[in-house]
Design a binder for this molecule. Sequence first.
Ligand code: PLP
Length: 371
Amino acid sequence: MMKKFVYADHAATTPLMPEALEAMLPFLKEDFGNPSSLHSWARHARKAVDEARTVIAKCINAEPDEVFFTSGGTESDNWALKGSQGGVMVSAYEHHAVLNAAASEERRGRRIVRVKPSKGGIVSSRRLSAAWEDGVELVSVMTANNEIGTINPIGELAAFAHRRGALFHTDAVQAAGHIPIDVRAWNVDFLSASAHKFNGPKGIGFLFVRKGLKLAQLLDGGQQERGFRAGTENVASIVGMAAALKRNCECMGENAAHLDNLTSLLRNGIDTSFKRVVYSGEKEGPQLPGFTSVSFPGNSAEGLLHMLDLTGVAVSAGAACNSKNTQISHVLKAINARKEVARSTIRITLGPENTTDDVAAILRALRRFVR
Ligand code: PLP
């Protein structure tokens, strides 16, 4: 039988879309100018960066000068946390970009308050309120979780933080390009995104900073990004990111419908093939399109992942950055998953290019290897 390669790890990273590559190519070849120079090469590059900023701002309902380009989600999260002041409240199942930035600020003397999500993987304002401490000046809760795909009520959480006199940051790295983002409707102060999670290039992202607010700069140097983020702009990647976000926002409904259909097929197949399965984070609210976090108790997630890989099916066990390490994921711990469940949880994240044949191949592989 021919080996079928199926990529089902879109929460780790996504393939670069052709529209993004096409948009990038001129800036990797003839239009190589530095946007800060004063000749026509520079003007091309400057215009492209400005246009990309406008496109991205429109996709999240922001103003162009509220968008700051960064090297990705990790930098955006670090900037929001380290560039702010006062105590910080974070949820306990944030990505390590937020959790480790918070821990590093804690070592420097800042008060960090960690809030557990519910068992279903949702952070509510009630939870923030129960854990509230005076002195908290920034609340950071992710839009959607990267291991279980649950989506938080960001507007409600931002309103709560503001009522308590704090600013609100959300890590929207998993959400951007996949569910609608509206920084005005949500009334958030800072929002992080990363292009490689929405079919853009790796190593580029942005931080939305609401007009009138200032974060301390993370990098000292030149005057790029209005003096707040020094370093020659990654022009090609910025242009590719804008093309990818625009296209994904245009196709969002269509992609979500396709992914919902594939996810139902996958879950029906799992439910009819296996007696004991436990899904994480699905009952209380919406999940990201294409997201399935499922445990096959009695199996090792890592072992299963490697077996699936041998047959050409790529999934993940917990977060990608944890996949070499058999420790139980901090996300599954935070939602009180039983150890037996956590050890056997794999994450299957489908993308728009996946097909019903891909789902059939995943199910075949699972039936072959799950004990
Ligand atoms: N935040 C979340 C929720 C993520 O899923 C990731 C990547 O896995 C990051 C931040 C880090 O983003 P980047 O890979 O662009 O540094």
